[in-house]
Design a protein around this ligand. Sequence first.
Ligand code: HEC
Length: 137
Amino acid sequence: MKIVKTFTILICLAFASLVMADHPMHNHKMSPEMKKQHETMTTINKQWSIIQKSLNSSDIEAAEKAAGNILEKCSNIEKFMLHKNGDKKEEFLVKYKSFEGNISKLHEAIKLKDLDTAKGLLKPVDNSCKECHSMFR
Ligand code: HEC
């Protein structure tokens, strides 16, 4: 009887540790997807601050580089695994497209050294970030 009890407890412990290891929230291990999403958004966030600062100080070269960096990174967003409103992937992609469109326009305006147009696009881009976050972040 004692052996059966000990054995049952051991099996339970083994099962519990498997469940814990599989669950990223319990041991703070990030899955590769989550790491990539975090990295993508952190980069976009950093480059976005650079664009805003450099347009305000008319540093066109820095702004162009940062906008290029965002364009390079942003297609990662399409593959995001959604933790919130995951059943609304289509709407997410619409918001992604709108963001990408605004960033492309901004990149073009900067390349043409058209600072008025570029500065006018800061608000629409900022709204694209917020619109997506309000639903999916
Ligand atoms: C199409 C949707 C979408 C757009 C557009 C978007 N984001 Fe995000 N963002 C997300 C999602 C989803 C998360 C949460 C990621 C996760 O949980 O893996 C996020 C997370 C973040 C985070 C937190 C990163 C972290 O993991 O700590 C920052 C910062 C951020 N976004 C900044 C921005 C900025 C700045 C912009 C615009 C220049 C932007 N995002 C545009 C969807 C978007």
